[in-house]
Design a protein around this ligand. Structure first.
Ligand SMILES: Cc1ncc(COP(=O)(O)O)c(C=O)c1O
Length: 363
């Protein structure tokens, strides 16, 4: 299939901007006359050190990261943060609050439970994670070392539309599937982190933004590779960093700037998501899965109510060039991931194909 005939709705790894891929392709074999690919360079070389510093500066500018916070480029995916966070922020017996609004927050809470006293501040498990709690639904512990939440739940298509208020308890947030899609006040977070493979770069680099005051308190047994302080001291180069992914992130950040940065993205994402949700609310065949007030602009989940019909739609969408609209296996139904790099034309085409399917499968 020709790339121009395909819209890729994958939840991650996901679509990257066309111009970024073209730029990367043009520099793949010989980066800026060095006679080398970025993949082949020493991470200590001046050419790569420039790429590294530029990418970090671009990310700091895009998210307006204050000087109190460090930016780290780590490995191990977002999932390794599930362990790294309690291993650095708690001692045995310490308490940490977790809001469990989806699968990844649930895994994070279970992982943290190996190391500290996890208090479930909210769980949406009973209602299949269709709901994001309001501030008054959170059961907060004043003595918690941190409050953990996942701002966008990739699998269930829900998002927090506010930043929880936790007093002096630092906020720790998994922003994997929404980072850079809207402005955020990083100064409110102790740690904000995200795997790259949705809005930032190919899988392989994890961005961790951390208030320096939270580093340096890791347990004695915390592996060196999992020490935030170690990584801060070594500017993410305690070992070989994921060089090529960092370079790709730099290219994506250039593209993002051309789109108006997170502010520009916020306007576009609302418009894109509205197209789909407006149609879902009118449709007599499809319906959205998440509660209206908890809907995500990044991952739109929907279903017909009939598994066989859902499967038929996924096939029909694929035949029309709309790839990866099948829902996650634990949620079923369909999911359209419409991250920053998904053009509005992709969403328009999806709505068009859904309408056509609805006409032919009227119930
Ligand atoms: C919100 C969220 N957190 C964590 C993860 C796990 O990320 P990784 O596969 O990079 O470990 C994902 C993966 O999709 C995710 O969507």
């Amino acid at each position: 299939m020709d790339r121009r005939e395909v819209f890729n709705f994958s939840a991650g790894p996901s679509v990257l901007p066309q111009s970024v891929l073209e730029k990367a392709a043009s520099e793949l074999v010989n980066y800026h006359g060095t006679g080398m690919s970025v993949m082949e360079m020493s991470h200590r070389s001046s050419a790569f050190m420039d790429i590294f510093a530029d990418t970090k500066a671009k990310l700091r500018a895009a998210l307006k990261v204050p000087e109190t916070h460090e930016i780290l480029f780590l490995q191990g995916g977002a999932s390794l943060q599930f362990s790294m966070i309690p291993l650095n922020l708690t001692a045995e017996g310490d308490r940490a609050d977790y809001a469990v609004t989806g699968n990844f927050a649930s895994i994070a809470a279970k992982e943290a439970g190996k190391y500290c006293d996890v208090h479930i501040a909210f769980t949406g498990e009973a209602d299949k994670y269709v709901h994001i709690p309001g501030q008054d639904e959170l059961s907060l512990s004043p003595d918690a070392k941190y409050f953990y939440y996942c701002s966008n739940n990739t699998i269930f298509g829900t998002a927090w539309n506010y930043v929880p208020e936790t007093g002096d308890v630092p906020l720790v947030c998994d922003m994997s599937s929404e980072i850079l899609s809207h402005p955020v006040d990083i100064s409110r977070y102790g740690i904000a982190y995200a795997g790259a493979q949705k809005n930032m770069a190919p899988a392989g680099v994890t961005v961790v933004i951390i208030d320096r005051n939270l580093a340096g308190h890791e347990r004695k047994t915390t592996p060196l590779m999992l020490s935030y302080q170690r990584m801060i001291d070594k500017d993410s180069m305690y070992n070989t960093p994921p060089c090529y992914n960092i370079y790709m992130l730099g290219l994506v950040l250039d593209w993002l700037k051309e789109q108006g940065g997170p502010e520009g993205m916020e306007r576009i994402k609302h418009a894109k998501a509205k197209l789909l949700y407006d149609y879902l609310d009118d449709s007599s065949l499809f319906r959205g899965c998440a509660e209206k007030s908890s809907r995500s602009d990044m991952n739109v989940t929907f279903r017909t109510g009939d598994d066989a019909l859902d499967a038929e739609f996924v096939k029909f969408a694929g035949a029309n060039g709309l790839q990866n609209v099948k829902g996650h296996r634990i949620a079923g139904g369909m999911r359209a991931s419409i991250y920053n790099a998904m053009p509005v034309e992709g969403v328009e085409k999806l709505v068009e194909v859904m309408k056509e399917f609805e006409v032919n499968h009227h119930v």
